[in-house]
Design a binder for this molecule. Structure first.
Ligand code: PMP
Length: 426
């Protein structure tokens, strides 16, 4: 029995499901999860001493690669001065200024400790600012485990929200409207019916929680237009896309400016950090300037700020993005070629450092498309890749992440494994 399997069995007794976040349990692919003990650059090493080329990157933040020396050293140096003060610190100001410099739509920003806190706070702010209760989200987009956002649509068409977890009051969920991603007509219809009751639209500008699904041409602009017409707040959840698809996120890549932006993971360089920010006029509604309450004892934690600032500073070398994007193209083109050669139906999507592959011959542009793929192929492929030292997200509904530390050799190693894995599916 591997050490990972032993630990997973042991963990079942003390941790629900043996994990501290559900997708880690390998429910999406079957089998037992690996336990990791260290990571460096493009590689992660499990407790059994195996090395993997990693395309999860701690679910996004490791854009510069694992254990980046400048980020690690900044965190250690900050830790030597104290782990938390619960008071204002100079580095929070520097961090806010850095985010504002890189993401111009953000005029003021508040730090939090996770992506969930960022989206929760942003929708409360949008509701408080507009005095409206309803929010609009998209089927297949995930924004953390916020009550109002853990709401499921029954089908593509407009659904009045029903909770998709026990513990969420139906009275709250009914304020969440859900329509299909990439269907501008559905958005316009909802706004015709409920426009003056909708506080905000929240969207992943590139959907990364139903695999990787880029916005259709003009889709994000439609969201901007309906929000302008109805005085609703447009929130981009850039927890995954921020500093990844472009330095300034999807809003820079697609040229559409939201009112509020949620950031996460990436801005902590691996430490638990999130943030939400945007127009000064809206952000000034937050306490203590305004009446919308939001707080956090450890928000702006000095160690997390030091790591995050080091990450954002390193990411200002824009040449790194070109190299990363090129590696993504080499990878997805190589996967396509390998699948074609093996006669396995496959399509791919990618934007900047995010990529996805789907076991289907149809281009995937929606949640319905993502769920219609061949899951048996995905699971089998997953384990064939894992056996060959390639660590992909253990779910067909997660985007893949490239880092700036992946070399051409790493990509070739991955494609070599993929050729064998596809061949084994025949
Ligand atoms: N928004 C998006 C787009 C996410 O992908 C995630 C997490 N994967 C979240 C919000 C929630 O972030 P966290 O898990 O840090 O709470």
């Amino acid at each position: 029995m591997s050490r990972s399997s032993e630990l997973f069995s042991q963990a079942q007794h003390s941790i629900p499901g043996g994990v501290n976040s559900p997708v880690r349990a390998f429910n999406g692919v079957g089998g037992s999860p690996l336990f990791f003990e260290r990571a460096n650059g493009a590689y992660m090493f499990d407790v059994d001493g195996n090395r993997y080329v990693d395309y999860v990157g701690s679910w996004g933040p490791m854009i510069l690669g694992h254990n980046h020396p400048e980020i690690r050293d900044a965190a250690i140096e900050a830790a030597e001065r104290g782990l938390s003060f619960g008071t204002p610190t100079a580095i929070e100001v520097t961090m806010a200024e850095k985010i504002i410099e890189i993401v111009p739509s953000i005029e003021k920003v508040r730090m939090v400790n996770s992506g969930t806190e960022a989206t929760m706070s942003a929708i409360r702010l949008a509701r408080g600012y507009t005095g409206r209760d309803k929010i609009l989200k998209f089927e297949g987009c995930y924004h953390g485990h916020v009550d109002s956002l853990l709401v499921k649509a029954g089908s593509g068409a407009l659904t009045l929200g029903t909770p998709n977890s026990p513990g969420i009051p139906a009275d709250l969920a009914q304020h969440t409207l859900t329509v299909s991603f990439n269907e501008p007509d559905e958005v316009r219809d909802v706004f015709e019916r409920y426009g003056d009751e909708i506080a905000c639209i929240i969207v992943e500008p590139v959907a990364g929680n139903m695999n990787c699904i880029p916005p259709a041409e003009g889709f994000l602009q439609t969201l901007r237009d309906v929000c302008d017409q109805h005085k609703s707040v447009l929130i981009f959840d850039e927890v995954m896309t921020g500093f990844r698809v472009a330095p300034g996120g999807a809003q820079e890549y697609y040229g559409v400016t939201p009112d509020l932006t949620c950031l996460g993971k990436v801005i902590g360089g691996g430490m638990p950090v999130g943030a939400f920010g945007g127009k000064r006029e809206i952000m000034d509604h937050i306490a203590p300037t305004g009446p919308v309450y939001q707080a956090g004892t450890l928000s702006g934690n000095p160690v997390a700020m030091a790591a995050g600032l080091a990450a954002l500073t390193a990411l200002q070398d824009h040449g790194l993005y070109q190299v990363m994007n090129q590696r993504v193209e080499t990878l997805v083109n190589g996967l396509q070629e390998a699948a074609d050669e093996a006669g396995i139906p496959l399509t791919t999507n990618h934007v900047g450092g995010m990529f996805g592959f789907f076991f289907t011959s149809e281009k995937v542009t929606s949640f319905a498309g993502a769920t219609a793929c061949n899951m048996e192929h995905f699971k089998a492929f997953y384990h064939e890749m894992l056996k060959r030292g390639i660590y992909l997200a253990p779910s067909a509904f997660e985007t893949g992440f490239m880092s700036m530390a992946h070399s051409e050799t790493d990509i070739e190693e991955t494609l070599q494994a993929a050729r064998q894995a596809f061949a084994s599916l025949k």
